[in-house]
Design a protein around this ligand. Structure first.
Ligand code: SF4
Length: 348
């Protein structure tokens, strides 16, 4: 299909761009997919909630990992282990100081704020120590925490035109439902282009290295790998990176900026288990077909925002609870279950 050709010619991209136009980030797209009402509270109404211990731990871990790898780029070696641990501890405390701490998290139940902060610091230190010894030595970082912004307007219009051509082919082949769906998608693409949105974000780690650089007389080929560090309480599934919308978005941005699809993308999971920290990397790749799916979701997200009609998640979704949703108390769609006494003999 024509619409699956390379995305490069019609995308304009900027590295390290400041906010210039309306921007959609991967966190917003994911939140919109999970619960439209949560997105409305957070991004349309601007209502922020305090981060919980898990998020503060992620902030501390990211900061320490970035500092460690930045030192590797600048000076050719990692920081001392103690320095990495100190950076993680300070970053967690600073994050709590600046953003507050939500104590509704299950791990915080019945504990004081100081206890939770102490446990979070210890956890972040455990995780970065594992990254420092098990992951960082073998990475070949080129850029760390690199921001990007991709302008979509022209690309969306080109894609809309191709969708219309495909729709006509489908219609002529007798497949009127597929034709209608493609027409609808073309309309959403044009509508998204008129709104003038950019897709923006930040890559954690970009690795660039020469394949075969250890073998004499073998032609060298530059490889591009995008990595994101994740903290987790449980071992991720084997296909976690394959399913990741975040990595799909990062691949699209890398293709626009570097002119080639990344050779690999990875989620570096640091899993905090009772028996110790487990390192569980999950690798994947993306193709132009994956790019097409990502752009369809992006166009859909822009049109949902434009319409102002946001859909609540299912009431039995685990996220729709006091423990997992910071908007539960004020959300008109939150379930309010009440236990009632039912007399099973009443109907007899
Ligand atoms: S309470 Fe449920 S429906 Fe409301 S914002 Fe939270 S997850 Fe969405």
């Amino acid at each position: 299909m024509k619409q699956h050709d390379s995305i490069v010619p019609d995308l304009k991209s900027i590295i390290g761009a400041d906010k210039l136009r309306k921007q959609l980030h991967i966190s917003g797209i994911n939140m919109l997919n999970e619960c439209g009402i949560r997105f409305e509270f957070r991004y349309i109404l601007g209502m922020k909630r305090k981060p919980n211990a898990f998020l503060h731990c992620g902030t501390g871990t990211d900061k320490a990992v970035s500092s460690d790898l930045t030192n590797k780029i600048d000076k050719g070696e990692l920081l001392a282990e103690k320095d990495v641990q100190d950076i993680a501890a300070s970053a967690v405390k600073k994050s709590v100081e600046e953003n507050g701490l939500d104590l509704l998290d299950e791990d915080a139940e019945g504990k004081s704020k100081d206890d939770v902060v102490g446990e979070t610091v210890d956890k972040a230190v455990r995780l970065v120590t594992a990254h420092h010894s098990k992951v960082a030595p073998s990475l070949r970082p080129k850029h760390i925490s690199r921001r990007f912004s991709v302008t979509l307007d022209r690309f969306m219009r080109t894609r809309a035109k191709l969708y219309r051509e495909d729709a006509e082919q489908m219609f002529n082949a007798g497949n009127k439902y597929a034709a209608k769906m493609l027409e609808g998608q073309a309309t959403r693409m044009n509508s998204a282009a008129r709104e003038g949105w950019d897709f923006a974000g930040e890559w954690d780690i970009i690795e660039q290295y020469l394949d075969g650089d250890l073998i004499e007389n073998v032609p060298l080929e530059e490889k591009l790998v995008i990595r994101d560090t994740k903290t987790s309480k449980k071992t991720p599934s084997e296909d976690e990176a394959d399913k990741s919308t975040q990595l799909s978005g990062y691949a699209v941005a890398a293709t626009a900026i570097y002119g080639k699809t990344p050779d690999a993308l990875a989620l570096d999971f640091l899993v905090d288990l009772k028996r110790g920290t487990e390192y569980a990397p999950r690798f994947t790749t993306r193709t132009p077909d994956d790019d097409a799916v990502f752009f369809n979701r992006l166009a859909n997200a822009v049109n949902t925002i434009k319409s102002g009609i946001f859909t609540p998640t299912k009431p039995d979704d685990w996220r729709c609870s006091k423990k997992w949703c910071g908007y539960f108390e004020v959300c008109p769609y939150a379930k309010r279950p009440k236990s009632v006494l039912v007399n099973i003999n009443a109907a007899e």
